[in-house]
Ligand binder design. Structure first.
Ligand code: NAP
Length: 337
């Protein structure tokens, strides 16, 4: 797998024919995807589709994308496109992942793929039947910082893992899709899913979850807190919010030390602090563009030169925990898994 770096030089060498990509929607998140795709020699960004023809045309011109389509269906019908990036609102992820796979496209779908494990599994079933690949787009997982965290844990720097702590919050404006329950908005789906993803990476699948939410004016969870238990008596605590001050942290706490990440999800300033015996050792890592690493991992996989970093089990397990947390918050009870 090739690593992109911030500074953003195009790669010097090219091992295979670039994968021809299209984008479903003109979402804001595309501003991360498009430059990373255009910078990579493993990718040819061919087209973008919008529900509105005029919007698609203007967007393609603004971002220098060769083709625009008047509908998502039209993009999926274009045989020139091999892979699609699905950046529609959360509630539509599985539907469009399935429709894209049925059209023979490989699919990189924005996180979270879904909150219903059955629907997520159905999307992977469709990809399997079509002989295509599907990956949930947790870009933070592709970074050197995340790999280094895992390695430091495996090397035993903090002794026995006891507790994991994370947070992710910010403020959204009134028109944001994150405030729309019909589009599966809310803080757990939008950003709490990163905390769930990190806990599962570090400690495996939880055995018990307890969630609480503060439901805001639009009936989405404006803030969510979660307490989880994992095998080996490892405990996890996270909070997330879309009506809170901006915060993002991840900490793995052990019997003899703690690993602290101040920027775990975007990895713009990758540093891992090892806090131990009253001192702090800082591991400074090279910056890398998470989106480019993700696109290149998936493009490599399409060309048979890698496996997708995140597969079916990861995405279904992710949905299973999110679903259980929502059920727990609704019932007021802890839920064994
Ligand atoms: N990985 C990351 O770093 C990251 C960051 C931010 C967001 N995300 C994820 O990316 C996805 C999009 O988030 P965003 O904030 O970029 O969204 P956004 O700006 O609101 O855009 C969503 C797009 O979806 C399309 N769409 C299709 N059906 C829609 C509907 N019924 N209502 C509204 N829009 C609809 C629209 O494009 P057209 O009108 O052109 O069809 C719209 O531009 C979410 O799943 C989110 O979780 C990921």
């Amino acid at each position: 797998m090739c690593s992109g770096s911030v500074g953003f030089e195009r790669e010097e060498t090219m091992a295979y024919e670039p994968v021809r990509w299209g984008i479903l929607s003109t979402a804001r998140v595309n501003r991360h995807f498009i430059p990373a795709a255009q910078r990579s020699l493993k990718v040819e960004l061919v087209g973008v589709a919008s529900r509105r023809r005029d919007r698609g045309l203007a967007y393609a011109a603004e971002w220098r994308i060769p083709r625009s389509y008047e509908s998502y269906e039209a993009l999926l019908a274009d045989r020139a496109i091999e892979a699609v990036y699905v950046s529609v609102p959360n509630s539509l992820h599985c539907e469009w992942a399935i429709r894209a796979a049925a059209a023979g496209k490989h699919v990189l779908c924005e996180k979270p793929l879904g909150r219903d494990p059955g629907a997520v599994a159905a999307a992977f079933d469709q990809a399997h039947e079509a002989g295509t690949l599907l990956m949930e787009a947790f870009m933070w997982r592709h970074t050197p910082q995340t790999r280094a965290l895992k390695q430091l844990l495996e090397e035993g720097h903090i002794g026995t893992l006891r507790l994991i702590r994370a947070c992710f919050s910010f403020q959204v404006d009134a028109a944001n899709i994150r405030l729309r329950p019909d589009l599966d908005g809310g803080s757990l789906m939008d950003i709490g899913c990163y905390c769930v993803n990190a806990f599962r990476l570090i400690a495996g699948e939880p055995t018990l979850v307890f969630g609480q939410q503060w439901t805001g004016a639009t009936n989405t969870d404006a803030a969510f807190t979660a307490s989880l238990r994992f095998a080996g008596n490892v405990l996890g605590l996270f909070d997330c919010g879309i009506a809170l001050v901006k915060r993002d942290e991840l900490e793995a706490i052990g019997s003899h030390g703690a690993l602290f990440l101040d920027d775990p999800w975007h990895c713009r300033t990758p540093v891992i602090e090892l806090r131990k015996d009253g001192s702090v050792e800082r591991r400074v890592l090279d910056p890398a563009n998470p989106y480019q690493l993700e696109i290149e991992n998936f493009s490599d996989a399409i060309r048979g030169e890698a496996v997708p970093l995140l597969g079916r089990d990861d995405a279904v397990g992710q949905a299973r925990v999110i679903q259980a947390l929502f059920e727990s918050a609704a019932s007021g009870r802890a839920l064994p898994l």
